[in-house]
Design a binder for this molecule. Structure first.
Ligand SMILES: Nc1nc2c(ncn2[C@@H]2O[C@H](COP(=O)(O)OP(=O)(O)OP(=O)(O)O)[C@@H](O)[C@H]2O)c(=O)[nH]1
Ligand SMILES: [Mg+2]
Length: 200
């Protein structure tokens, strides 16, 4: 992994207020290798000094994480980001969801190293070369911009990172970091690959 945990000066935010309609049951609680998906993601961020879970009060028990309810329930991950930006005590936050199953401490450390004073967001590029806004670092001063978007009726998370202030990181060797589980088939495929890694 790059850097040390002592360098982790950003707040962890997992947005977990989704409906899991494609999954058919709460995917945050689905198991991969005997562990809920939510805990897999949380473990990648365990070194952060403050950890926030954007979710309805009492829905999840995640030790060491403070639950912040949505201010705009059901409005999607952009609204979850707004809540995280509002409550983060640090300049930067690491923002993600419950269903990206390849995230590791090394992934977050690589993003953290790409920050600079002119940068307000750091996003990884997926296998197709597209920025993935659901696993990024965001600077807290994006709150006004994100609130404006939501107030205008915008719900696309990718608009949270202004392109002129966003750095995209290409993660050689970490191409599976952004593995997304939206359906039971996605999870079954991941389980099968974990059982036979040579087929990846
Ligand atoms: N706080 C919050 N998080 C959300 C909301 N909608 C989605 N999310 C989270 O955003 C991440 C990505 O969600 P999606 O997979 O796109 O949506 P989902 O609603 O969970 O699932 P689908 O109903 O199948 O689209 C997950 O971690 C969700 O829990 C919301 O309204 N509020
Ligand atoms: Mg998803």
């Amino acid at each position: 992994m790059t850097g040390t945990f002592a360098d982790w000066d950003f707040t962890a935010v997992i947005t977990a207020g989704g409906r899991s309609s494609r999954f058919g049951s709460d995917k945050a609680l689905a198991l991969l290798r005997g562990k809920p998906l939510l805990r897999h993601v949380a473990d990648s961020l365990r070194a952060c000094p403050t950890r926030l879970l954007i979710a309805p009060a009492g829905k999840y028990a995640l030790s060491g994480w403070k639950v912040i309810p949505d201010t705009r329930p059901g409005e999607g991950p952009l609204a979850g980001l707004e809540a995280g930006l509002r409550h983060a005590p640090t300049e930067w936050l690491a923002f993600t969801g419950v269903d990206l199953l390849g995230l590791t401490p090394g992934f977050w450390a690589a993003l953290a190293q790409a920050r600079s004073p002119a940068v307000r967001a750091v996003l990884p590029l997926d296998r197709m070369g597209r920025p993935q806004p659901l696993a990024g670092l965001y600077r807290r001063d994006l709150l006004g911009h994100v609130t404006d978007l939501l107030d205008r009726g915008e719900r696309r998370l990718r608009l949270a990172a202004p392109s002129e202030h966003c750095v995209c990181v290409s993660l050689a060797g970490l191409s599976s970091a952004l593995r997304n589980v939206n359906s039971p088939d996605d999870l079954a495929a991941l389980v099968a690959e974990t059982a036979s890694p040579s087929k990846q």
